[in-house]
Design a protein around this ligand. Structure first.
Ligand code: EPZ
Length: 446
């Protein structure tokens, strides 16, 4: 993808359904005869989840922004590495397989390189519910011969995935499950709504969730909640470019910890119901301090994009990653663009610069890749961004979205991109027709 920076984003766009809401719902669909899932984003992770469902014997058909899953003929209980390794959320099929079939053989999940991604909380909770789980080098062999039973489970950390796995399992377990210290992300409440619409009996009391197991679930028709992280990403892009945009089909209450940060940076932000508008100053103010934490804290997934917006701010911004071990894989490439970012363990200090320079960029992970796109929109010149498979996992057609917001963005096939363009040689790529030719250093700027 080629991105010409230095132009303020202006315009309106509609936010898609949330990746992190649709993935657990697709796992839970294994428990329902038939599910219609609306406002479904077309993402590579969603397609990977559909491949797992089909491998388990479900039929999946796609409609206009929707998926229909028929799990009535599902038989399989195995998820091989070729499918499980494509994304983190494959592990959420474990609870569904144990609840539906009383057994599962599942390879370890994949996902972004954010440091260790253990699944000990998933395993210990399912064992509390009576599952026998043998941990092997590359996967898990699980069984619950007498079916799962309700249990009183305290999570040592409000893990999103473990909460989702245990809720799905508890829906059909015998008796009551109490989940203490559960995650409170909106995507969890979306999963609870889906399961209750299908006949489950789940209710949240703050960080505690009660589940009264039922014998079976029925057909369900459900609409996925908006993607708060996608919204935060495009708001970051508008802020970074001194732009003015409006995003529709958002849930502004899910952005409660995010919008104040844009206001602190000097943006005018108006939010009402399903719409949020942001108008940015020519130059942003710095962020005094943002530390990521489980919901309702500032979301870890929005850290990289908003850090990208701070690269040109008038002062020093401070960030701290409080959820994952390493969320800064993309920072080196910020530096290639001329940014001044100092890392100290989980903290990042960004000294805003007057200018960033276009560069040859490689996505390292989903949100880091999105952050590089945000930085490229604010840089002088045309940046080239590759390894886009990371971005396709969580953003539906980002180039089209950015163009809709006035961005000058081209999707290039890799054969068109000359490999000899490099920032080290001070070359700046420019789009000439469909090819790319290096242009000499921009005099007086470097
Ligand atoms: C979900 O990942 C999201 N992914 C992540 O979004 C998100 O960043 C994360 O929740 C936190 O909000 C999906 O929903 C598909 P966790 P998940 O279990 O479930 C530790 C994105 O960019 N932990 O809440 O893997 C873990 O090591 C992705 O869209 C254990 O120790 O997150 C981490 O430090 C990235 N043991 C912390 O909890 C466990 O058994 C948070 O993990 C599980 C987790």
């Amino acid at each position: 993808m080629a991105i010409e920076g230095g132009l303020p984003l202006r315009g309106e766009a509609e936010i898609h359904g949330a990746k992190n809401a649709v993935l657990p719902v697709l796992s839970a669909a294994l428990l329902c005869p038939r599910s219609v899932i609306r406002n479904c984003p077309m993402l590579s992770d969603v397609r990977a989840a559909c491949r797992i469902l089909e491998r388990l014997g479900c039929s999946v058909t796609s409609g206009e922004e929707s998926l229909s899953v028929d799990a009535s003929c599902a038989r399989g209980c195995g998820v091989p590495a070729s499918l499980a390794g494509e994304m983190r959320s494959s592990i959420i099929f474990l609870g569904a397989l144990l609840a539906r079939f009383g057994k599962a053989q599942i390879a370890l999940p994949g996902g972004c390189r954010l440091g260790p991604r253990p699944i000990d909380l998933h395993i210990s909770g399912l064992r509390r519910m009576g599952a026998r789980i043998i941990e092997q080098e590359d996967g898990l062999i699980c069984s619950a011969d007498k079916g799962l039973k309700g249990a009183d489970i305290s999570l040592a950390y409000p893990s999103v995935g473990a909460t989702e796995n245990l809720l799905i399992a508890a829906s059909l377990a015998k008796g009551e499950t109490i989940l203490r210290g559960a995650a409170q992300e909106p995507e969890i409440d979306g999963l609870i709504d889906f399961l209750n619409l299908a006949g489950a009996r789940l209710c949240r009391e703050g960080s505690m969730i009660r589940a009264e197991g039922v014998r079976e679930l029925h057909d369900v028709d459900y609409t996925i909640i908006p993607d708060r992280i996608e919204a935060a990403t495009y708001l970051s892009a508008a802020a970074a470019t001194g732009g003015e945009i409006t995003l529709k089909r958002v849930c502004t209450s899910h952005l409660a910890s995010i919008l104040p940060v844009f206001r602190e940076m000097g943006c005018r932000v108006e939010d009402s119901g399903e719409k949020v508008s942001l108008s940015a100053p020519r130059r942003l103010l710095p962020v005094s301090f943002v530390s990521t934490s489980p919901y309702p804290g500032f979301p870890t997934d929005a850290l990289a994009p908003i850090m990208a917006a701070s690269l040109l701010a008038n002062g020093e911004s401070r960030f701290e990653e409080g959820v994952f071990e390493s969320r800064y894989l993309h920072v080196e490439q910020f530096r290639d663009m001329g940014a001044d970012v100092r890392l100290d363990g989980k903290r990042a200090y960004v000294k805003g610069k007057p200018c960033l320079y276009a560069s040859r960029l490689h996505c390292t992970d989903l949100r880091g890749g999105a952050a590089l796109a945000v930085a490229a929109l604010a840089a002088q010149g045309v940046s080239l961004l590759d390894e886009l498979q990371h971005i396709h996992r969580g953003y539906e057609d980002m180039p089209a979205m950015l163009r809709r917001l006035g961005g000058r963005v081209w999707t290039l096939s890799s054969s068109l991109v000359r490999k000899d363009i490099s920032p080290e040689r001070g070359e700046r790529a420019a789009i000439t027709g469909f090819g790319l030719a290096p242009v000499p250093r921009i005099q007086g700027v470097l």
